[in-house]
Ligand binder design. Structure first.
Ligand SMILES: Nc1ncnc2c1ncn2[C@@H]1O[C@H](COP(=O)(O)OP(=O)(O)OP(=O)(O)O)[C@@H](O)[C@H]1O
Ligand SMILES: Nc1nc2c(ncn2[C@@H]2O[C@H](COP(=O)(O)O)[C@@H](O)[C@H]2O)c(=O)[nH]1
Length: 191
């Protein structure tokens, strides 16, 4: 059995993190993705406990106060956090644990768990990023503008990541991500 590893996948909203992680889960049998908690409203088709744990702000902050999150951050007006207990359990089981979280959360994780592998997903261009966000059809114009502003700041942080990957052709990007995860998982621990 391979030892468990922690992978943080972040990058601008709309870069394709969720799409890539879904394909990664199919390709890497011992991988597992954490379900985050959020105060944002569910989108059409999102299911509580599957897409996210949808919490009101008071409940979210209560859990944060109780140290229930491994990391948490405010992004574009809403709170997002990684539930601590399920991640710790899956790490102990030796899974390749994937966190799909924003840049602020990524650096909180690196601070607490230096051996975590940070992967930055980059769009081919800002124009493509905006087209993907609009094409997804899940956000209103003002929210897309907030996310594009956040993206400009997030892109400044990409050099601090262990691995950067441009998500242009989807199949190539999936292959690069899967290769990276498998390569890290095969390394003896501590290297
Ligand atoms: N390589 C690609 N080529 C073309 N379209 C893509 C590619 N990757 C993802 N997409 C599309 O771009 C849109 C945004 O992708 P996705 O929802 O995975 O982004 P995300 O980074 O997870 O966003 P968020 O952080 O908001 O959850 C989706 O409609 C998805 O189908
Ligand atoms: N710091 C954290 N960021 C998270 C977490 N879960 C998701 N996210 C990031 O938030 C934005 C917006 O997500 P969306 O679902 O509203 O489009 C995106 O960058 C996610 O990766 C988390 O637990 N912690």
């Amino acid at each position: 059995m391979r030892a468990g590893n922690l992978f943080v996948v972040s990058g601008p909203s709309g870069a394709g993190k969720g799409t890539l992680v879904a394909r990664l889960l199919e390709a890497v049998p011992d991988s597992w993705v954490s379900v985050s908690a959020t105060t944002r409203a569910p989108r059409a088709g999102e299911v509580d406990g599957v897409s996210y744990y949808f919490l009101d702000r008071d409940e979210f902050l209560r859990r944060a106060d109780e140290d229930g999150f491994l990391e948490w951050a405010e992004y574009a007006g809403n709170c997002y956090g990684t539930p601590r207990s399920s991640v710790e359990q899956k790490m102990a089981e030796g899974k390749q644990v994937i966190l799909e979280i924003d840049v602020q959360g990524a650096f909180q994780i690196k601070e607490k768990i230096p051996e975590a592998h940070l992967v930055f997903i980059e769009p081919p261009s800002m124009e493509v990023l905006e087209a993907r966000l609009r094409g997804r059809g899940t956000e209103a114009d003002d929210v897309i503008e907030k996310r594009m502003q956040a993206a400009r700041l997030e892109l400044f942080q990409k050099m601090r990541y262990d691995k950067r990957l441009v998500n242009d052709d989807l199949d190539s990007a999936v292959a690069e991500l899967v290769d990276y995860v498998n390569a890290q998982a095969e390394k003896p621990q501590g290297l």
